[in-house]
Design a protein around this ligand. Sequence first.
Ligand code: 5AD
Ligand code: SF4
Length: 443
Amino acid sequence: MTRTPPKSFHIKSFGCQMNAYDGARMAELLETQGLAAADRAEAADLVVLNTCHIREKAAEKVYSDIGRLKRADGSRPMIAVAGCVAQAEGEEITRRAKSVDIVVGPQAYHNLPALVAEATRGGRALDTDMPVVSKFESLPRRRAQGPSAFLTVQEGCDKFCTYCVVPYTRGAEVSRPWRAVMDEARALADAGACEISLLGQNVNAWRGEDEAGRPQGLDGLIRAIDRIPGVRRIRYTTSHPNDMTDGLIAAHAEVAGLMPFLHLPVQAGSDRILKAMNRSHTTASYLRVIERVRAARPDIAISGDFIVGFPGETEADFAATLALVAEIGHAQAFSFKYSPRPGTPAATMADQVPAEVMHARLLRLQALIAAQAHAFNRASEGLVMPVLLERNGKKPGQRLGKSPYLQSVLVDSELPIGSLVDVAIVAGGPNSLQGIVHARAAA
Ligand code: 5AD
Ligand code: SF4
């Protein structure tokens, strides 16, 4: 049965920042096809669920969301499942959820217009290819959607941590060419973005050659982007400890626009568990990296990811994680209960940790991390720091911005979004700062 071609779309992205980036690019693509963005799923002819497969809870969410897309009159929009669940589960999705029209993987979404056309003709469209020719080449030019923009420079992972689906859902490590990244960065700056966050599953494994054919790493790319007129701030995420090169560490000391913030997951504090995770670093080698980064940039804010309850994790292993967290001192960190993922080596390992033990450990770890984050925020009281105003606060006359250390900062101000202003921090709460805008704008 043919259907009317969709005129409007709504994209719901879950999970990581790369999914947010992919969601923005899909929106740009659909807009160039003449579809209008709708701000609610109920108002859209086409709904794209841009899914995450990293943990079971995230992956299951898509099925409850699909069920909720039915409208009051019993009709439903055209439904596309994109992202990592689409890649991992493929046709299984259309078997489990009959109302899904399109399944499109994270390396194939440039084909969305053709898939929509196929679904319009009444077919079910599936594309989970991982083409060698980059999808990026077939996507339209970037349009910035605010002062802070994401830019994917690297995708995929060759590291195969034993718990992780990423090498299967996003494929092998691929670096986008220098030229493509620079063009996109310039397009974003032209469109008004003054902060660019470089994204990659292993962003610091980015490798390429510059215009002169010289080999470059992420630090070279950062230095070049820092010279683009209009770019005031650069961030990058997520990094692997083994790819923190001397050049990248030096960039933290030398590149003014590179923000003093490093998200560097260590995952656990026990070398025995790190080995079982196939992390290929130890707690000692991780701490050495942190020490070198801090020597280059003493005020750098450290963030990380932790998994509790990996198979075989004993109370002593977990205590080692707490001890490592205590030693590092985080500005913020994410922590998760281990979630067995189909097809990964850890899913079939012996000694899976009981759910209640995992839960209790997670609470202890999160309490420690929350205390560190609060202490970090309190230590900002009395400082004056440049803040990029990114959006309106809840109340009129309020703006929400970001400090160099990625803290959320609330100020009473009518200054336009996108202003970079000096703010005196008056209070550091558990999750955010409050400040007063200085008369003088930040240089
Ligand atoms: N279970 C729990 N957490 C996981 N992560 C990745 N895979 C799993 C899993 N199977 C976490 C890691 C990673 C972050 C993005 O998600 O900490 O750094
Ligand atoms: Fe997953 Fe490990 Fe690769 Fe990170 S480095 S994406 S945790 S396999």
